[in-house]
Design a protein around this ligand. Sequence first.
Ligand code: AMP
Ligand code: MG
Length: 389
Amino acid sequence: MISIDNAFSILEDTVSPLKEMEVSLLEARNHVLAETLYSSINMPPFRQSNMDGFAICIHDLLLYTIVGEVKAGDIYSEELQPGQAVKIFTGAAVPDSAQAVIQIEKVTITNTQLLLQENIKLETNIRQIGAQISKADVALTINTFLNAAAIGFLAGLGFTSVKVYKKPTVGIVVTGNELVSAGDFLPNGKIYESNAIMLQTALYNGNFEVVSLYKIKDDFESTKTILRKAILENDVVLVSGGISVGDYDFVESALKSIEVETLFYKVNQKPGKPLFVGKQKDKIIFALPGNPAANLTCFYIYVLPTLQRRSGIESSYVSKQSKTITHDFIVDNSRCQFLKALVVADQVTLLSHQDSSMLDTFALSNALVYLPNGNYKLIKGDKVVVYTI
Ligand code: AMP
Ligand code: MG
């Protein structure tokens, strides 16, 4: 059994980003950029009106003559003389011969005459060429996460494809003779299988959508066969259950027999002591305990940061967040603990039903509180380390 610090540092040393790939901008969403991108255009590319109003060629008087209009997308090709104005719309190109745009709400119009209330400063309401970004400047640097705004920004600069780090595909292998699918008859002695859909949901929430499911009975030969297949077909494999010390827990022996190298097995933590992590070439295999709350806790603490690191996100296993506990709590445990908790603002409350088989309060929690092992008392107002989930 190893400490969580050792487990974290083994993973930190092992997990690196997958290779890069060129994809369309749409496919690049929610990926991490694997190259620094430079803009090939000025943005905006021309002097752009920031308002619906009038572009004016300034003279000493407040009265102007309207000589035409310029819609978004059009160019006004004639040269304005001092005292002349053209009607203009947001986003339209301001004629080179105009020095300002006056917004429509601030003028009085009589036929073709335009009366300003006061003099207007040069370049008012004009977005300057390259105000957002100049041609050849850095648009986004390598390792930037491509969220919706980033994708929109790049599209606005004319990018159609970019290089990103590949995101891992994930296989979920569920073990257990006692499991039946929700919707089926529940015979005595059986329970509904719930870890697959739970992990799938947690993966989806983390932007990992390419997921394959495999189900196996507690049987050595089929465990071996399916694990081999799942490792072949995915970048990361999550096995659920069958990793404890029971006579019908075949996952560890099956992984060994198909030559998965053990990175660590059993961690001094609660829940999730039987956690196994191994690798085979560049594939990473997690065997998570079957108890649902232990399963999901190990997902958040170990699996999610691993998937993020594999996708190029600089994610850490060690939480730096701390919150104030709202109540006293006695710790008396040789294992460190991850406890279901609710964070509100900068305060955190531990919830009931901490048992690793129970999800009811996990469903209401938004954090796991990390408590080091030992024998000590937390006092209301103390700071504790928190993993927000
Ligand atoms: P195991 O890790 O296989 O020893 O399972 C530990 C506990 O978790 C047992 O009570 C199992 O019935 C339960 N369990 C295992 N896998 C699942 C699953 N996929 N869905 C719900 N409960 C499970
Ligand atoms: Mg089992």
